[in-house]
Each structure stands twice: as C-alpha cells, then as structure tokens.
Design a protein around this ligand. Structure first.
Ligand SMILES: C[S@@+](CC[C@H](N)C(=O)[O-])C[C@H]1O[C@@H](n2cnc3c(N)ncnc32)[C@H](O)[C@@H]1O
Length: 404
C-alpha cells in the first residue's frame, strides 16, 4: 500500500512514465493534473468499482497497465476529436493525386487510417473513393482503420454521428451517404463495408503486420495522433510506419505535426498548401514556388508527379484564353534556334491554359506537367522544335520535350 497521498506529483510521475511507455501518451510535469483527471474518468468508466487511488496503486504496483484497466484507461486518456473531410490540404491531395494513383493501380491499393478515432477519417476516404472511382476499382481497395480506444472503435462500427462531425462536409455528400435517425446521422452500408476497423496500439504492437494487412501499404493517414506522443514514441512509430509502407507510399500527418528532423527518412512534398511525407529519396522544398497551386518540389530529376498522376486532375488552374503569342509562335522561334524566347512563350502558355506545361531554361528549372519542378543541367540537343535535356543532379535521366 502506498502510504503517501497517491495523487501527489511523485506518484503521478511514475504513472505518467508507464503510460508513456505503453500507450505513447506524453504527460510532462505540467500536464500531470490532466493525467489525474484522466485517471478519475477511468474510475468513472468503472462506475466506482475501482477508485482513482486504487487505479494509481495498481499501475505502480504492476509497473505496467494491468489488463483489466487497459481498455477503460486508453479510452479515458485519449482525445478522440475528429470530423469528416478534416483539413483541406490532405483531402485535396487525396481527391486528386492519390485518386489518380489508385485508378492507375486498378484498385490494388492499401490504405491505413492509424488512429482513426470514431471513423470519420477512413469513412471520408471511402466516400471520396465511392464518388470518384468506378465500382470495379473501388471494390479492390483496402481501407484498414485502427485505434487504441475501444469506445471510439465501437462508435465507428455503429456509424452514427452527430452534427458536430459534419462541420466540413458538403451538404450533398451528407444527404447522399447518411440517413437521419432522430437527431443523428447513420452512415450508409455501402460506405461502412468499405472500411475494416480493428484495435491497435501504435506503441506496443509490432508492424508491419501481414496478418492485419498492415504491410506494403500505399498510404498511411495518421493525423492528430503523434502530437500526443513523446519524442521517443514518435520516433518508434515513424520507423514502423516507414517499414510498413511500400516504396513511394505516402504518410499523411496533420499540418501541425510536420517535423523535418523526426521525419528525416521520408521525402517531403509540398502540394495543395500542405506538406506530405513519402517513402522515397529525400525531397527538398524550394523557394522557387511561384504560385500556390499544386507543385511538387523535388531535387531528384525524376518527374515524379507526372508519373503519379494525370495532369488533368492535378492541374486545377482555371482555363483562361491563351495569350498571344501562341504555341505556333514558340515553335517558329524554336525552329529558328531561338530557344530562350520559345521557352519564355512556353512558360507563359503553361501558366495560362494548363495544356503546355513545359518550362525549360538551361541551367535552370523546368516544370514537367505543371506540377513538377526539377533542375535542368544542360540542354543536350535542340532542333526542329524538339528539346532534349539532362536533369540535375545527374542520374542519367534525360527529358524529351517537343513543341509539336
Ligand atoms: C484526435 S484523434 C484523431 C482522429 C483522426 N485521425 C483525425 O485526425 O481526425 C487521435 C486518435 O488517436 C488515438 N490514439 C492515441 N494513442 C494511440 C495509440 N497509442 N495507438 C493507437 N491509437 C492511439 C486516440 O484514441 C484517438 O482516437
């Protein structure tokens, strides 16, 4: 029996250490009162069967979270705040680049919503898929959703939501995929069955886990979860995420969780006013972004976005009337050997009609489909309106452009 007043900081610190190790949740000294309130909520969930003091004692005695406390404790300590269509940058990325990628894969695509809370996040992805992809592709896609909180998972499986979850949801989507039940909203069966929910503690469980389908993933959404973890726990989880992704796979955090140091083994992409991680060679941002529209900035010469997406989808610029001079004028200039002027026109065209996306300057930058930016090392050959260029840093990649 602990003699001292168990709610003392001394004991709370010990409990905080154990909770940090087993659940990842970080309770530094200035958050110990918050922890105490969480322990009180745990006691309430047991309807008084275990007092707050006995819960603290049991954890300290066992030097671990006893199994019988685990579920209620993780439910009481976690913050499950979430809503549909949360954070525009990630939703825009998904609707465009990722949907296009899924389409190309024929639906052979695995998505994990890690820390899915009551399901709004994975259901948002399922709704977008349903809206944007044909059924024969959608049916092949796997959406796995996990959380540590049994209460949140039960709510997700039930699929019933209050108005609060719809603060960013377009009205037509709400009407189409939800049915009013009293003052709440029940998600449609067709969306519900696209997501499989299960319990997973990101800290204590090992992944990749082929038995759970958590391996070789194309996309991980883990937003507003890592922010509650200690730095050490974040590092462990990020490493496991990295190992669970396929090459080129995405890791989407919330924009407030970005951190160059912690995610240094990922590449970083700047697109749709947000930054997203990718399991690839390091991608650096650049000051050369001229517009806020979707640009992927990459030091590597590979025209990455071009290979990942269709330009029609990514290029969201409004169509405007192309200004004079025209493509023909650029072609004529190129034919005369005046490549610099031709390229100026091309750049202007690419800025205006979204169709001619080549910007190319010797020793400077080019943007491939309007969404890529890379550095051109040298122009290899220019004739009859055709341009061959080698990109930098040199990996032997060459680009071919034509003004035809
Ligand atoms: C604020 S919610 C975020 C929900 C959703 N990802 C979003 O951004 O809207 C954080 C979720 O992380 C879960 N969580 C916290 N610690 C966890 C852990 N160690 N393992 C798995 N999930 C955890 C919580 O239960 C909670 O549902």
């Amino acid at each position: 029996m602990i003699n001292k007043q168990v709610t003392d900081k001394y004991y709370l610190k010990i409990v905080a250490g154990i909770i940090g190790q087993e659940l990842g949740l970080h309770y530094p000294n200035n958050r110990l009162q918050e922890l105490l309130r969480g322990l009180e909520r745990t006691s309430e969930l047991f309807q008084g069967k275990y007092s707050t003091i006995s819960i603290i004692e049991e954890i300290i005695k066992a030097k671990s979270i006893p199994q019988y406390l685990y579920s209620q404790l993780s439910t009481a300590l976690t913050i499950n705040e979430t809503y549909f269509f949360r954070e525009t940058p990630a939703i825009d990325l998904f609707k465009t680049v990722i949907i296009s990628e899924i389409k190309k894969s024929g639906g052979n695509y695995k998505i994990w919503s890690a820390g899915c809370s009551s399901g709004e996040e994975p259901f948002t992805l399922a709704i977008i898929i349903k809206e944007m992809l044909p059924a024969h592709i959608a049916k092949n896609i796997k959406i796995i959703a996990t959380d540590i909180s049994s209460k949140a998972l039960n709510k997700a499986k039930e699929g019933v939501y209050t108005e609060w979850s719809f603060r960013e949801t377009p009205q037509n989507i709400k009407n189409k995929y939800f049915k009013a039940v009293d003052s709440r909203w029940l998600i449609s069966e067709e969306i519900k069955e696209m997501v499989s929910f299960s319990h997973l503690n990101l800290i204590s469980e090992n992944f990749p886990s082929p038995s759970m389908g958590i391996d070789n993933l194309n996309l991980i959404f883990c937003r507003n979860v890592l922010m509650y973890f200690s730095i050490d726990s974040i590092k462990v989880v990020i490493n496991k995420f990295h190992n669970s992704l396929c090459e080129g796979g995405w890791l989407i955090t919330s924009q407030v969780e970005l951190n160059n140091e912690l995610f240094s083994n990922f590449g970083k992409i700047n697109v749709f006013n947000g930054f997203f991680y990718i399991k690839e060679e390091i991608v650096h941002s650049s000051k050369n972004i001229k517009e806020e529209r979707a640009y992927m900035i990459k030091e590597s010469p590979r025209n990455y976005i071009k290979s990942r997406t269709s330009k029609k989808i990514i290029d969201k610029k409004p169509a405007t009337t192309p200004k004079k001079p025209t493509l023909n004028a650029a072609k004529a200039l190129a034919n005369r050997g005046d490549y610099e002027k031709a390229l100026d026109i091309l750049e202007e065209l690419s800025n205006n009609d979204g169709e001619y996306h080549i910007r190319l300057e010797p020793e400077s930058n080019y943007s491939g489909t309007g969404v890529g930016l890379s550095t051109v090392k040298r122009i290899i050959e220019k004739h009859n309106g055709e341009i061959w260029a080698e990109s930098a840093p040199s990996d032997g990649t060459t680009f071919f452009f034509t003004l035809q």
